[in-house]
Write a protein that binds this ligand. Sequence first.
Ligand code: HEC
Ligand code: HEC
Length: 337
Amino acid sequence: MGWSACAGAGVSPGASASAAPFEGIGRSATEAEIKAWDIDVRPDFLGLPPGSGSVADGEMLWIEKCSSCHGDFGDANHVFPPLIGNTTAQDIETGRAAALKDPGRTRTTIMKVSTVSTLWDFINRAMPWDKPKSLKTDEVYAVLAYLLNLAEIVPADYVLSNENIAWVQSRMPNRNGMTLDHGMWKIDGKPDTHNKACMKNCREDAEISSSLPDFAKAAHGELQKQTREYGSIRGTRTTPEEPAGAPEAAASKVPHDLLTNNACLGCHGLEAKIIGPGFTQVAEKYKGRADAIEYFKGRIKSGGTGNWGDVLMPPMSQLSDPDLETIARWLSEGAQH
Ligand code: HEC
Ligand code: HEC
């Protein structure tokens, strides 16, 4: 992760004081501010703060702060592929998760991740998803110890700490599954693409694209409906457009970018419940409500709980008024997609 590199090169107090390229604009970041940003933990554990946490404490924290999304044993897949599962005692010995070779098996996090530092770092900076950076250092050690115990990497009475985490690394089920021999990591490594740059007589009008031949397009049904509903990847349309005159003609289009960029689709499916209700369910519930647009704007901005269960929707106060209006209008018109 690049934080320390950025902080060092860009905003270190010493460097900017002498160069002062933008006099009168802003100020140099203080040591304490840089320290607050510089939280990355490297695979060699540089940056790992001292501390410890037991499997038992981790289990309590897990139930309280993590299980609602990831399941009691890290095995739920309603938010994301399961965190734990499909690794064996043999994998712990070899350092290669054998199930990765079987396309039929679900790829869990513990199967894929090679460095325990990545888990520590990710939980520390990003989890719980709705309250990132709220865990204390010892709490990060504890929930991680619990996860490691679920994967049978450490025993149930284990206390994970900065002192023994290197031993844990030597037992990670996929520790030998990572390659560093490519251009992303090593300047003299293999490039990530195998093409050669064109140096002469290059066509300027060349358009780079790829597409499936028509006869193969629908081999797996409508791809657009099969891609997951968050993230930037959208499947291409592979079955013919619906006939003209379908009812959606008049309704607003699904504001995909807004829903994606504001993490809505991590918790709401367009149709299916994830953590919150599916958007068509929401639209259905408030159908015909005269002040629906105002109501949705208020609820999205301030979040809340109680209408669909007892899980809290965090306030989405970052949204601008026009963006709120776009989403609220789309919902009030039936959340067509
Ligand atoms: C409100 C739902 C929610 C809660 C609560 C939550 N998570 Fe997550 N978690 C997610 C989502 C969504 C992702 C995928 C995030 C992404 O890709 O940016 C995720 C991803 C992860 C990952 C990385 C998985 C991978 O393969 O990349 C780990 C590890 C993790 N969570 C651990 C935890 C721990 C530990 C807690 C409790 C302290 C926790 N989570 C609480 C929703 C949640
Ligand atoms: C961390 C998960 C999460 C995120 C992110 C999230 N929601 Fe929600 N949302 C929920 C939950 C849980 C509920 C159900 C709350 C309840 O029971 O009242 C909900 C409810 C709603 C409702 C119905 C409110 C009602 O009164 O019935 C709307 C509308 C809504 N969300 C829109 C959005 C939009 C738009 C976004 C993105 C800008 C978003 N949500 C992001 C979890 C989330």
